[in-house]
Design a protein around this ligand. Structure first.
Ligand code: SF4
Length: 186
């Protein structure tokens, strides 16, 4: 059982590592061009603002305490399980690098998501599951109007991340650049 768990974890880590390395390569090759593009920079700035607003709202509603308890005290990271990191493709990871996020080399907590830091998620650009997911404890903790505000704010953040992802896919496609990463390990 232990061996099977280790094999699965290693497989997940290799998959995530491949995507992180590919995002770093894309960043090395294209960050300068992207950060000189007015349309892209305007979208990225709006996205960053909405991420800050989401964080501020979560603070106001007392969510960091609830989320960090599960993420850091429950083995396997609560909602932040190790398999979730495998859903992060090079494009979303590249968005983090373009916003100067330092992607950690490994999870702070064994068996948890590769991007989980000591005090919570280390990423700014997050996959829609990580932004949208509200667990039972959150539903029990928040009133209806607070839930509505939270969902509206998440929607604004995710709409911009979708626009940026489309921009990047189009940008790389026009240049014939592989933005999904190699099929084999690097
Ligand atoms: S990316 Fe961040 S929020 Fe999503 S599972 Fe990993 S640590 Fe948690």
């Amino acid at each position: 059982m232990e061996l099977l768990r280790d094999i699965l974890l290693n497989g997940e880590l290799l998959e995530v590592e491949k995507n992180v390395q590919w995002a770093r390569r894309l960043h090395e090759g294209y960050a300068q061009i992207l950060l000189e593009d007015r349309e892209f920079c305007a979208l990225l700035a709006s996205y960053s603002t909405e991420i800050e607003r989401s964080r501020a709202l979560m603070e106001e509603l007392g969510l960091p305490g609830l989320c960090s308890y599960c993420a850091t005290k429950i083995q396997g990271g609560g909602c932040c399980g190790s398999h979730i990191a495998t859903w992060y493709d090079p494009i979303v990871l590249l968005l983090n690098l373009l916003m100067s996020v330092e992607i950690p080399e490994k999870s702070y907590y064994e068996d948890s998501c590769r991007f989980l830091g000591r005090d919570g998620c280390s990423l700014k650009a997050r996959y829609h599951f990580c932004v949208n997911y509200l667990c039972t404890r959150i539903y029990q903790h928040l009133h209806e109007d607070a839930l509505t505000r939270l969902k509206s704010q998440s929607g604004r953040e995710l709409f911009l991340s979708w626009q940026l992802e489309l921009f990047l896919m189009d940008f790389f496609s026009k240049r014939g650049a592989n933005f999904t990463g190699p099929d084999i390990p690097l």
